[in-house]
Design a protein around this ligand. Structure first.
Ligand code: HEC
Ligand code: HEC
Length: 287
């Protein structure tokens, strides 16, 4: 490292003393336009810090805070919607569905409320999810697809202790409680497959038919049509909560899984429950 300042012979400029393979770096001054832009950004930054809330505890000389601005915007939007929300709160879902203006508002609001509260279980578009979360876009209803039935389901929930009026029912634990042997469970599962044309063992199916009539028909119906009073699913279709294979059916008969849905009354504004009712009803399968 040379210590004394060297001058470049060609340009007369000082060098930095750095040298690569005989090429020396000149110590040119920074361009003026660059330097002044640099100073300007520092001035701008300091001014910004003074005017806006940029440091912990410093609200800024302007008094403008993004968080407060959002709160004010939300309050203004709520105030603007208040008359409409009051109408939605007082009307029944049937009245909302019949009024084009209320219905349009309910569908838009219902979509947002559904995304916030329901999509985690029922899917973003209400398409349902494997493992007991029913699709809400089809016309296959466990508890009913009328406006009244949907409203009752949303308001009170299903098999939840939160609400005394929750929809309730339970399938017996045929395997776990020793009501049926493993062979009998296999037979009745074969008969359940038979109902959708998928049975492969004739003898099992016939034994299963007898067991089904004795143990299952009271809830699931003589021909597997289900029962909405008890939220009992139809077994004679292609829609399954917990899976369609023989193993899935046998698992269900051994130790049934019972779907639980929270009650939304008390959690959501009654106007929002009405909007959700109209929205779910309009998803495709409303009756
Ligand atoms: C924690 C999960 C969960 C959340 C959140 C949830 N649900 Fe459900 N929902 C379920 C389950 C599970 C069932 C089926 C219960 C059963 O097996 O009977 C169900 C059933 C339903 C049904 C009845 C469907 C039928 O076929 O009769 C409706 C309607 C419904 N939910 C609407 C909603 C709405 C609207 C929301 C949002 C406000 C919501 N759910 C939020 C889990 C959930
Ligand atoms: C006391 C009424 C009751 C009886 C008896 C009953 N079930 Fe069920 N079963 C239900 C209910 C309620 C459900 C729905 C559970 C849920 O929604 O989470 C169900 C669900 C099922 C399912 C799941 C369907 C799906 O979509 O995934 C199968 C399979 C089933 N039952 C088979 C049977 C068989 C086979 C028998 C007879 C051995 C039987 N059940 C007896 C009430 C009953």
């Amino acid at each position: 490292m040379p210590t004394k300042i060297e001058k470049d012979a060609v340009t007369g400029q000082e060098t930095t003393g750095h040298e690569w393979d005989g090429v020396k770096e000149l110590n040119n001054p920074l361009p003026k336009w660059w330097l002044w832009t640099f100073y300007a950004t520092i001035v701008f930054g300091v001014a910004w810090m003074v005017i806006y809330p940029s440091l912990p505890g410093w609200k800024g000389s302007s008094g403008w805070v993004a968080r407060e601005a959002v709160v004010a915007d939300v309050a203004a939007a709520q105030a603007a919607n208040a008359p409409m929300m009051a109408r939605l709160r007082e009307a029944t879902p049937a009245q909302i569905a019949a009024d084009p203006e209320l219905r349009a508002f309910a569908l838009a609001g219902g979509r947002v409320a559904f995304a916030n509260n329901c999509a985690a279980c029922h899917g973003a578009g209400g398409q349902g999810a494997v493992g007991g979360f029913p699709a809400l876009v089809d016309d296959d209803w466990l508890w009913g697809g009328s406006l009244d039935a949907i409203e009752a389901t949303i308001r009170h929930g299903i098999r939840t202790a939160e609400d005394a009026d929750a929809r309730n029912s339970a399938m017996p634990r045929f395997g776990l409680d020793g009501m049926l042997t493993n062979n009998q469970i296999g037979d009745v599962a074969e008969f359940v497959l038979w109902m959708t044309g998928r049975a492969t063992h004739a003898a099992e199916t016939e034994r299963g038919r007898v067991i089904y009539a004795e143990q299952c028909a009271a809830c699931h119906g003589a021909t597997g049509e289900g029962n909405r009073e008890l939220g009992v699913p139809r077994l004679s279709d292609q829609v399954w909560l917990y899976g369609s294979t023989k193993q899935d059916v046998m698992a269900m008969v051994r130790n049934p899984r019972m779907g639980v849905m929270p009650a939304w009354q008390g959690r959501l504004d009654p106007a929002v429950i009405n909007m959700l009712t109209v929205y779910v009803h309009a998803l495709g399968g409303g009756e």
